[in-house]
Structures are given as structure tokens and as C-alpha cells.
Design a protein around this ligand. Structure first.
Ligand SMILES: [Mg+2]
Length: 343
């Protein structure tokens, strides 16, 4: 196969932090690779749990980094949560909103009516991150949920990063309501599958794929939504994390960075006990891993891209055949992946 990976798909659902940018800087190769993928016909969407910045603000930031981002390309969990409401309750239903004005606007935009009291008999409660939330707001929501209102959260993140450190996130505030009512919320954020399914639907995608850096949000969410997912090593999860990932957090495609979008993706071939990717090979011997015929040593190792892909598949197959995770973990050194390192 010689076609670029990206040509197999019509919509890319990109994560932001660790994929497009890191803090104030673009991730290396992200602006060029996404621009080229868009030129080749991919529709791009940026999918984020963070609903505290509006899509227009996020789009402007991406554009300032050279990443093409029309205003409607950013999909946040406020939009997804509102869409979930619209799919669960009748048009014109009353919704008790705990959240910022942006969330209230999203709810209104979907033909629903925002109310502020449980006495209005809302059909649903939606809760988004909202620094001004207080006991009265939480209790109003609890009353509505006890009376039968559907309970939806934009995300269940336990923490929210702020300049002074990790503060109390939406998921932690939701625990107060869940604890008080005994009702667990539906979530519109990663790793729940809905954010991927609804983002794909909002973009009329036929063949969507996701791109992420974080195993327990991006990869797990895409896997559970049945959306193929490319992992890049420019953010949180390392190559070693990928090799030891449980089955529900394993990416479909392994990349070093977004340049892989524009390159053909090699087939993974099982050859007896050996996994072959391109000219690279890897094997679990029963005691340790061999990569390209050489035993992996315990010191940090640098691997080429296809060697990393072969090793990850060999490690997943060993885990699936019953080798215990501690044995595998102790056989895997810290890995650096470099495309300048041959296969
Ligand atoms: Mg990320």
C-alpha cells in the first residue's frame, strides 16, 4: 500500500493538548501535517473535554499556531452534552443548567428551554464546569434529579489544571450530586464514547478516525466508540506505556508524530511467533523481547518506528496469551522512538 494513512478517512477527530499544541507552542510537525491532510481532503475536528473556553477562542488559538481551524471545527463537551440532551428529551423540554453562559447557549441552540429551579419540573439537568457553583445550585440539581430528571455532565474530570495547580474539576462537583441522590450521571466527555460518536455525527462523517496522546481518555474513548485511533508520542503516553496498555486502551495506529498522517501505514504481519512490520521484527521469547533479532536490554533503548510498532504488537500478543503483566513490564525498558534510527 502506498497511500497516505489519512486517505482512508474523511474526518479526523484531533485531541488538542499533546497533539496540536503543548502549552503555548504548536507540537512539532502538527501545523504542516494537519494543513497538508486538509489539502488532501480530510475534514478536521478538534475534540476537547474542556468546555470552559468557547470553540471560537480555541479555533483562534489553533489558527495563531498555523493549524487550520474554521470556527465550527472545534467540538467541546458542552456541545456534545447539549446534543446528548436533545437526543434524550423532547424538543422544547425544560433543562436545569449548572454551568457557564456558553453551556446555557448550547442548550438553547438545540431547541431546549433553560430553567433555574427544580420547581419548574425540568426533564434533565446538565452540569458543566462552573467556578461559581455553590451549595444552592448543587442542591437545586439534586432536587430535580430526585424528581426524575435525566442527569448529564459535560465531563467527569476529577481535576482541572489551573496556574496554581490541580483544582476541583467538574467530575468532583458531580460526585456531590451523585452521592446525595444515588444517581450516576451520563458523561459527554472522554473516555465515554459519545463525544466521538456525536462529533462524528455533527460533521457527517462516514469514515472518522481519532488522533490522541492520552490512553485513558483519547484512546479508551475511541476504542469504546469503535472509531480507529492513531496515537502520537508528542504528549502524555510513552512508547513503553503503549506496549503495556490493556486491550481497551490500545491504539489502532502507532506514530511518532503527525507526519505519519501523510505516510502509508505498514501492515503488521504475524509470522509464527514473530511480528513483522516493514523490515522490522519483534518477538516474545517466553523470557524477554527480541527486536530485529537482538535481545532488548534493560537500559533505555532507542527504536525505529516500525521496530516500535512490531514490539508493541508482540507485547500485546504476549499479554493476550496469558503472560502476566508484571513479567512483561519488567522485560520492557524505557523506549525512545526515532525515525532516524532505521527500521
Ligand atoms: Mg491530549
Amino acid at each position: 500500500m502506498s497511500q497516505a494513512l489519512v486517505s482512508q478517512f474523511d474526518v479526523g477527530l484531533f485531541d488538542l493538548d499533546g497533539v496540536c499544541y503543548l502549552g503555548a507552542e504548536a507540537v512539532p510537525f502538527a501545523p504542516e501535517a494537519i494543513s497538508e491532510a486538509v489539502t488532501m481532503g480530510l475534514k478536521q475536528a478538534y475534540v476537547t473535554n474542556n468546555a470552559s473556553r468557547s470553540p471560537a477562542v480555541v479555533a483562534a488559538q489553533l489558527e495563531s499556531l498555523g493549524i487550520p481551524a474554521p470556527a465550527d471545527s472545534v467540538v467541546n463537551s458542552a456541545q456534545v452534552g447539549s446534543q446528548m440532551l436533545a437526543e434524550h428529551v423532547a424538543s422544547g423540554s425544560k433543562i436545569l443548567v449548572l454551568g457557564a453562559q456558553a453551556l446555557r447557549d448550547e442548550v438553547t441552540a438545540r431547541g431546549l428551554v433553560v430553567v433555574d429551579s427544580a420547581d419548574d419540573n425540568p426533564a434533565a439537568v446538565i452540569q458543566g464546569f462552573y467556578p461559581d457553583a455553590n451549595w444552592t445550585d448543587l442542591s437545586e440539581a439534586a432536587l430535580a434529579i430526585r424528581a426524575g430528571a435525566l442527569y448529564v455532565c459535560t465531563n467527569l474530570d476529577a481535576t482541572i489544571p489551573r496556574e496554581r495547580g490541580l483544582m476541583v474539576g467538574n467530575g468532583s462537583l458531580a460526585r456531590a450530586i451523585a452521592n446525595s441522590t444515588g444517581v450516576e450521571p451520563l458523561s459527554a466527555g472522554k473516555p465515554e464514547p459519545e463525544i466521538f460518536q456525536i462529533a462524528a455525527k455533527l460533521l457527517n462523517a462516514n469514515r472518522p478516525f481519532a488522533i490522541g496522546d492520552n490512553l485513558d481518555t483519547d484512546i479508551q474513548g475511541a476504542v469504546s466508540a469503535n472509531v480507529p485511533v492513531l496515537h502520537v508520542l508528542t504528549g502524555l503516553a510513552s512508547a513503553r506505556d503503549i506496549c503495556v496498555a490493556p486491550i481497551h486502551q490500545r491504539p489502532t495506529y502507532l506514530a511518532d508524530d503527525l507526519r505519519c498522517l501523510l505516510e502509508p501505514y505498514p501492515d503488521t504481519v504475524v509470522d509464527g511467533e514473530t511480528i513483522r512490520v516493514g523490515n522490522a521484527s519483534a518477538r516474545w521469547t517466553g523470557e524477554d523481547f527480541e527486536v530485529n533479532g537482538e535481545q532488548l536490554t534493560s537500559s533505555p533503548v532507542t527504536l525505529g518506528l516500525n521496530s516500535y510498532r512490531a514490539l508493541a504488537q508482540a507485547a500485546w500478543d504476549a499479554a493476550d496469551s496469558g503472560v502476566d503483566s508484571e513479567t512483561l513490564a519488567s522485560a520492557l525498558p524505557n523506549l525512545t522512538v526515532s525515525r532516524d534510527h532505521g527500521e
